[in-house]
Design a protein around this ligand. Structure first.
Ligand code: FAD
Length: 471
């Protein structure tokens, strides 16, 4: 690397935040390098997050459909079972294909990929310990920190990635655990729990709080919890984990009521610790660069993603405030680079969708009913159940509903919540509607193809300002 060259931008971290920022910078004609230390691009999301988890969800769903639902369609398959190494190979193929794809996009957009761990020497110098040995120093007019997040540890629990695993270990188990305990009722735990439950594990979710996925609309959550229970999940809410001990192939987990009380020992073959993630910036040298953290340990930034460093140092993605989601990190990346290039980059955090990729899926955008109630807003609710949707009936996948919340006076959409087949795809009609400031009547009066699951969205919208036809 030519150390005399001053680049326009160095991005530290090649996850969805960092690699998207780097590509955008290349497209805008900036001289840009992206430093990544894990040996592959794509970050948590492509390597040990979104992508491998969705691959395993797809494989396990396929088996589940064949075992539980195919016969009712008259499709008789005998002896269906899972071949774990093949399932893992399919997942690995998806991951490698995509991470290599990002490398290709770097070449296409003239982004220099620097393989190594970066640290800030000053507000315009990044020193990189190269993976091949040695080091190099990159000088840049602008630096973006996109170093992402890591699994938050739980006091009293030591992760060995064998029997006591994080989500990373849960993606590479070599056999189906008979009993799996998931610590934490967030979306990652429920998705990984679903994978192994469908393959034969008995899954218990231990959650400290009084509910699973607390950010979900309460009414939807109730139906979701019921559905998961029907699939075989059991939940121990208001329960605190205080320790774990491995005895041979068994893990003994000590739990007690969250408010205190008699401890109890639970046994499992595998314990998955998914009690949250925390921002990652180890060894970056934030302090000497004058970069401050907020109360929750995330890098503080202003509305243009600028950190408190006296220079052009920015931060995006999981390492800053906001939902820890890949698509949010990507939006941050594009907006941050646009600002650096003198354009008007902006992210509307009110319309960032969140999706749980269980079956049924749960997807939402905007406010929950609890939120609008707490804010004292006058609102209307419209709902439509998939059981009354002709497409859901014809494919025999009818669990769930669409729920809209709109402003009572203006009918502007405040939130949309979908539990049902393909909810994660369906939600984007609602995202777009909210982005355009649409009313539920705008959706209700838009022609939707028949028979589609999307008609449930139209009908729920109609039910908000008027009445649905099919309920
Ligand atoms: P990351 O993806 O964490 O990338 C940061 C990168 O920076 C890493 O590759 C790291 O190696 C590198 N790095 C760190 N420090 C340095 C350094 N000093 N020098 C060089 N490189 C460095 N989100 C969704 O939206 N949808 C999902 O379905 C979803 N599923 C998930 C499933 C699981 C099991 C997990 C764990 C996460 C999931 N997420 C999902 C969350 C998503 O992965 C993150 O929100 C996203 O990856 C954040 O992107 P990022 O670019 O901020 O950070």
């Amino acid at each position: 690397y030519n150390q005399d060259l001053t680049l326009d931008l160095v991005v530290i971290g090649g996850g969805p935040g960092g690699y998207v920022a780097a590509i955008k910078a290349g497209q805008l004609g900036l001289d840009v390098a992206c430093v990544e230390g894990r040996g592959a691009l794509g970050g948590t999301c492509l390597n040990v997050g979104c992508i491998p988890s969705k691959a395993l969800l797809a494989s396990s769903h396929l088996l589940h459909e064949i075992q539980k639902n195919a016969a009712s369609h008259g499709v008789i398959v005998d002896g269906a079972h899972i071949d774990i190494p093949k399932m893992m190979a399919q997942k690995d193929k998806a991951v490698t294909g995509l991470t290599k794809g990002v490398e290709g996009l770097f070449k296409k957009n003239k982004v220099e990929y620097v393989k190594g761990w970066g640290k800030l020497n000053s507000t315009n110098e990044v020193e990189v310990a190269l993976l091949d040995g040695g080091s190099t120093t990159l000088r840049a007019k602008n630096i973006i920190i996109a170093t992402g997040s890591e699994v938050a540890p739980l006091p009293g629990i030591e992760i060995d990635e064998e029997r006591v695993v994080s989500s990373t270990g849960a993606l590479v188990l070599e056999e189906v655990p008979k009993k799996l305990i998931v610590i934490g009722g967030g979306y990652i735990g429920l998705e990984m729990g679903s994978v192994w439950e469908r393959l034969g594990s008995t899954v218990t979710v231990v959650e400290f709080g009084p509910m699973i996925v607390p950010t979900m609309d309460g009414e939807v959550r109730k139906q979701f919890e019921r559905s998961l229970k029907k699939q075989g999940f059991s939940f121990k809410l208001n329960t605190k984990v205080t320790g774990a001990a491995r005895e041979g192939d068994v893990v003994k987990l000590i739990v007690e009521p969250a408010k205190g009380g008699e401890p109890e020992t639970l046994e499992a073959d595998v314990v998955l610790v998914s009690a949250g993630r925390r921002p990652f910036y180890e060894g970056l040298g934030l302090e000497s660069a004058g970069i401050e953290l907020d109360k929750r340990g995330r890098i503080k930034v202003d509305e243009k993603f600028k950190t408190t460093a006296a220079g052009n140092v920015y931060a995006i993605g999981d390492v800053i405030d906001g939902p820890m989601l890949a698509h949010k990190a990507e939006e941050d990346g594009v907006a941050c680079v646009e600002n650096i290039a003198g354009k008007a980059g902006h992210v509307n955090y009110n319309t960032v969708p969140s999706i749980v990729y269980t079956h049924p899926e749960v997807a939402s955008v905007g406010k929950t009913e609890e939120q609008v109630k707490n804010e004292g807003m006058d609102y209307r609710v419209g709902k439509f159940a998939f059981v009354a949707n002709s497409r859901a009936r014809s494919v025999d996948d009818t669990e769930g509903l669409v729920k809209f919340i709109s402003d009572k006076k203006t009918d502007k959409i405040l939130g949309a919540h979908i539990m049902g087949p393909n909810a994660g795809e369906l939600i984007h009609e609602c995202v777009l509607a909210m982005e355009y400031g649409a009313s539920t009547e705008d959706i209700g009066r838009s022609c939707h193809g028949h028979p589609t699951l999307s008609e449930a969205i139209k009908e729920a919208a109609m039910a908000t300002y008027d009445k649905a036809i099919h309920s």
